[in-house]
Structures are given as structure tokens and as C-alpha cells.
Design a protein around this ligand. Structure first.
Ligand code: ATP
Length: 378
């Protein structure tokens, strides 16, 4: 149920009445609370309000982070998306998306789905200089949180050796969700010392060979890919390295039954287009084929083995928090996402942080494997 205060607020900021009523009726907008701050999050889109949009009690809206088009054949994709226009190329950092925003006197970190994340909100001051929000209270910093100690992502980029870090990749206006031009973002990030994604400069389609080299290097370095953006941020496209496609499959096949088939098919498809576009053959082709086969099969077989011996399909992850209560809040936060996790271990790092180890069990994947292993026939 969304309170009448929020319903009239949503009407006031321009959500059409008929759509609002439909959304409210089917749970497409949900009222939530974080440490006394009330907000509404959009689970579906409504007119200009994208999925993941958050509206606060004071009427301030942070629009959902938009979908980025994916290019699968790099050369032709670039031609289709950018024509002859130049575009900036940045690293696509493998982590989770956060929008950081100041509401009243609090700085909050919102997840892609529109939740205030208790963990990221507690830690965000470690990475961002809040002076920025004193000067620009109307702007939203969008970035990737990435590293080996992350609550949402199994692995981080290779250059984040411990804990987690923030990498800015977009600055948007509250209310409209309009992005600042690329150069302005680069300048503001430098001025306020906000860490950014790596920038590879301005390209256009005549430099496709340099882009191929870049993709190959990033793939060798076990990095996820690139995002290409026109200076005005009107056209944006992403491209993922063959390494990331195979590595995602490896991570996913551990929980094979918990993921839609499309998760695997999409990545196999992208890899096949890469191999074709780059004319990969002979020994190199065989290496990719072997890596893909292993990525699909090894973690899957390991999970079956685990369950066949009485265990569960599960994942263990750690995060660093300043207060143990934040860890408990994460358990509740995951519950609201329909995910069961529990705290396995708490370690005092003696530097003001606690390292919390969580375990997540996958009951559906476990049950499915158990039934098949026990001979269930179709
Ligand atoms: P969607 O398909 O809606 O774009 P997705 O959840 O499938 O999203 P991805 O395919 O991983 O996401 O790619 C988009 C995400 O990449 C962005 O939402 C953002 O979190 C992340 N990202 C990492 N680096 C960048 C960058 N330099 N520029 C833009 N986004 C980036």
C-alpha cells in the first residue's frame, strides 16, 4: 500500500493518474523506509519514470538508471549506433550499479532496483567527497561499486585487490535523470577527487582497429568491457570482452538451475559473434572452445557433487562494515529481495571495520539437483 501522501506527491510530479492507480494496484510502486527516511520505489516504469525510480517524501525524484544498448558485432554495431560521430570510450567496470544522492542532510546509495542499500550507504563516504553535494545538491552520482568484497557480485575487477571501490561513470540531474555531458563529468570528478572508471579517450569508427586492440587487451587483463558514449551522452552502447562472457558463464553455472537459460545463451551467442568477427581459428579457437566447455561444465559438476554428498548449492561472500548493525540490516534487505542469507562469521579488523562473512543458500537449485540425482524421471 502506498500512503495518500505519496500518491498525491506522485501525481504532483507528473505520474499520470490512470497509470499510478494500475501500478499501485499490482505492486508496481512500493513504499519503503530507511532509517526514518520514507520513499517510494518503482518496480515498473511509468511515463518518464523508469524502473528503479525513487521518490522521497520531500518530492525529490531520482530516476532509474537507463538500459544501455548492447553491441554484439563491434564494427557494425558502432556504425549503427554512432554513424560517423565521435564517442568517448570508458571501461565497463564489473560491479553493481549505485546512484548516490543527497536527500535532506543524508547521502544515500540507491541500488538499480531502487532500494536504499544499507551497506553501500554506510560505506559511500569512504569513496566520495561529500563536498560535491554541498555545491551540487541537485546532482546524482552514478557509478559502479566493485571489488572482491561485495554483497551482490561474486567477483570484482582484477585491479581491486581487497574490499570494494567506487567508480563514477555518470552524473545525472535529480527529477529529469538527464546526464551531464561527458567532459563536464570528467572535469567535476577531477575537481572533487571522485574516483572514475578508466577513460580511453575519444574514438570514431575509423579507429576500429584500435578498439579491437583495446578489447583484446582488456580481455587478457580479465576486465569486463567498454561503454561508448557520445560527448552529449545521447548515444551510449556497451561491448563485453570474450573473457567476461566466459567468466560470467563460469560463475553462473555454479547455480545453473537458479538462472534463466537466456543467461547462458546470451553469453554463448556473444562469444560466437566475437570469434566470427575476429576470424579466430586454429589453436586459438580450440582454446576458446575448451574454456567455454569448462566454464559451463566444471562448476555445474562441482555443484552436483556437493548436493550428491548431502550438501547445498551455496555461495559465501564477505563485506567490510563499520557497524555490525549494518550486517544485520543487509540480512533484512536481502529478505525483502526474496533472498535468504545468514551471517557465518564476524571478524574485528581492528581498524574501525568488521569483516562479515555471509552465506547464501540456493534452495531451488539444491532441490532440483537433489531430485535429479535421486533418480527423479520425467
Ligand atoms: P541494462 O541491460 O539495463 O543496461 P544490465 O543489468 O544488463 O543492464 P550490464 O549489461 O552489466 O547491465 O551493463 C550496464 C551496467 O554497466 C550499467 O547499469 C552500469 O552499472 C555498469 N557500468 C559499468 N561501467 C560503466 C560505464 N563506464 N558506463 C556506464 N555503465 C557502466
Amino acid at each position: 500500500m502506498v500512503s495518500s501522501h505519496f500518491m498525491s506527491m506522485l501525481l504532483k510530479i507528473g505520474v499520470p493518474e490512470d497509470r499510478l492507480l494500475v501500478l499501485e494496484g499490482k505492486g508496481g510502486i512500493v513504499e519503503d523506509e530507511f532509517e526514518g527516511i520514507r520513499y517510494v520505489r518503482f518496480r515498473d516504469s511509468a511515463k518518464g519514470f523508469r524502473r528503479g525510480t525513487v521518490v522521497f517524501e520531500n518530492g525529490e525524484a531520482v530516476l532509474g538508471f537507463p538500459h544501455i544498448k548492447r553491441v554484439v558485432q563491434l564494427e557494425n554495431g558502432i556504425r549503427r549506433v554512432f554513424r560517423n560521430k565521435p564517442f568517448y570510450v570508458e571501461e565497463k567496470v564489473d560491479g553493481y550499479n549505485v546512484r548516490v544522492v543527497k536527500i535532506g542532510d543524508r547521502v544515500l546509495a540507491l541500488t538499480r532496483g531502487g532500494f536504499v542499500c544499507p551497506f553501500t550507504t554506510e560505506r559511500i563516504g569512504d569513496f566520495i567527497n561529500f563536498e560535491f553535494f554541498k555545491d551540487y545538491p541537485n546532482l546524482v552520482l552514478a557509478g559502479e561499486m566493485a571489488g572482491p568484497e561485495s554483497p551482490y557480485i561474486v567477483e570484482g575487477p582484477p585491479y581491486v585487490k581487497e574490499d570494494i571501490q567506487f567508480f563514477l561513470f555518470d552524473i545525472q540531474e535529480k527529477g529529469t535523470g538527464k546526464s551531464l555531458p561527458v567532459e563536464e563529468r570528467y572535469r567535476l570528478a577531477e575537481e572533487y577527487g571522485i574516483p572514475q572508471v578508466e577513460r580511453f579517450g575519444l574514438f570514431d569508427r575509423s579507429r576500429i582497429d584500435d578498439l579491437y586492440d583495446l578489447i583484446e587487451r582488456l580481455s587478457r587483463e580479465k576486465r569486463e568491457g567498454i561503454v561508448m558514449k557520445t560527448p552529449d551522452m545521447k548515444r551510449i552502447a556497451k561491448y563485453v570482452t570474450p573473457y567476461a562472457n566466459i567468466n560470467d558463464i563460469k560463475i553462473g553455472s555454479h547455480i545453473f538451475f537458479d538462472l534463466p537459460h537466456g543467461y547462458f545463451m546470451g553469453r554463448i551467442k556473444r562469444l560466437a559473434f566475437y570469434l566470427t568477427e575476429k576470424h579466430v581459428k586454429g589453436e586459438e579457437f580450440d582454446e576458446y572452445a575448451k574454456a567455454l566447455g569448462k566454464a559451463i561444465l566444471r562448476p555445474f559438476v562441482e555443484s552436483i557433487h556437493e548436493v550428491a554428498h548431502g550438501g547445498n548449492v551455496e555461495e559465501v561472500f564477505t563485506v567490510r562494515v563499520k557497524n555490525i548493525t549494518t550486517a544485520h540490516r543487509m540480512v533484512t534487505h536481502f529478505e525483502r529481495l526474496g533472498v535468504k542469507i545468514h551471517i557465518e562469521d564476524i571478524e574485528d579488523l581492528k581498524n574501525g571495520y568488521w569483516r562479515i562473512t555471509f552465506k547464501r543458500v540456493y534452495p531451488d537449485a539444491t532441490r532440483e539437483i537433489r531430485e535429479l540425482w535421486n533418480g527423479l524421471a520425467f
